[in-house]
Design a protein around this ligand. Structure first.
Ligand SMILES: [Mn+2]
Length: 274
């Protein structure tokens, strides 16, 4: 069985179609999306539909990891019914929320609801999450069932795996967007591999996949003039990247992206175990 993990698509439908064709998957393979199918690009609803239809018709398994953009859309949709005032504020700040909402079908929404927050790949000693692991995370659930038994502060802290970027240099604590000071590391720079090799998206890298000692970033800025990348974990042999050209569509909101660590994969079969 071959597994491939595709980085943040962000509405870039044409590159996604090209990449899926290039991967040439067959029955029994497994295609994983690292999250953030939507927002930023020209065809967010088209991407949701494409992935949903793949999951319904392809002879291989399709797994969707939840990204912070899926999370935001889910919260927006709930608010339109339960807290319309809050929904109106969200829509005013982010017009892409009502725009996508109007285009999604019930089937699309039901599909997005199947997204899971993480995926262990035990045969690779690896773990897939959308964002990252704060230095304060002391344990990681083995299964979704175990994760659902976490409540309160512990559950809330765990949700940070969807959006971790920088962490405190002193404590390793999660820092919200823009709260980092000079010297605060990007989480993967200090991650010690305690939960296995982490495959993640969320942070775009214009210079290709970002290979840290115990983590690999596969969001190669598909809508910012970069590429759309898949990390391919074959049945036999070494893992590799496959990519296709992205589109130059969405302006970059932030320019102080972390330093690129390099492009040589550090993931090997049966490396660290979870
Ligand atoms: Mn993203």
């Amino acid at each position: 069985m071959k597994t491939a993990i595709i980085g943040d698509v962000h509405g870039a439908l044409a590159p996604l179609e090209a990449l899926v064709a290039k991967l040439a998957f067959t029955a029994g393979d497994r295609l994983v999306f690292v999250g953030d199918l939507v927002d930023k690009g020209p065809s967010p609803a088209g991407v949701v539909r494409f992935v949903r239809q793949l999951s319904e018709t392809a002879p291989y398994e399709v797994i969707l990891i939840e990204g912070n953009h899926e999370d935001r859309h889910r919260r927006y949709y709930i608010n339109t019914a339960q807290r319309p005032k809050v929904a109106r504020v969200m829509a005013a700040e982010a017009p892409e929320l009502p725009a996508l909402d109007a285009e999604l079908t019930e089937a699309d929404r039901a599909y997005l609801a199947t997204a899971i927050p993480f995926l262990h790949l035990p045969e690779w000693g690896a773990l897939v999450v959308h964002g990252g692991i704060p230095g304060t995370q002391r344990s990681f659930p083995e299964t979704m069932e175990q994760a659902s038994q976490w409540h309160g502060r512990r559950a809330k802290a765990f949700r940070k795996i969807l959006r971790t970027r920088y962490v405190s240099a002193e404590t390793g604590k999660y820092l919200s967007l823009g709260a980092n000071q000079p010297g605060d590391p990007f989480w993967a720079e200090i991650y010690d591999g305690r939960f296995g090799h982490v495959i993640f998206g969320h942070q775009p890298w214009l210079d290709g996949p970002a290979c840290f000692a115990h983590a690999t970033g596969i969001d190669t800025a598909a809508v910012h003039g970069g590429a759309l990348t898949a990390l391919v974990l074959p049945e036999e042999g070494a893992p590799c990247f496959e990519s296709v050209a992205g589109i130059d569509y969405a302006p970059r909101k932030k320019t102080d992206w972390p330093d690129h660590p390099g492009g040589a994969l550090t993931l090997t079969r049966g490396a660290e175990t979870c």
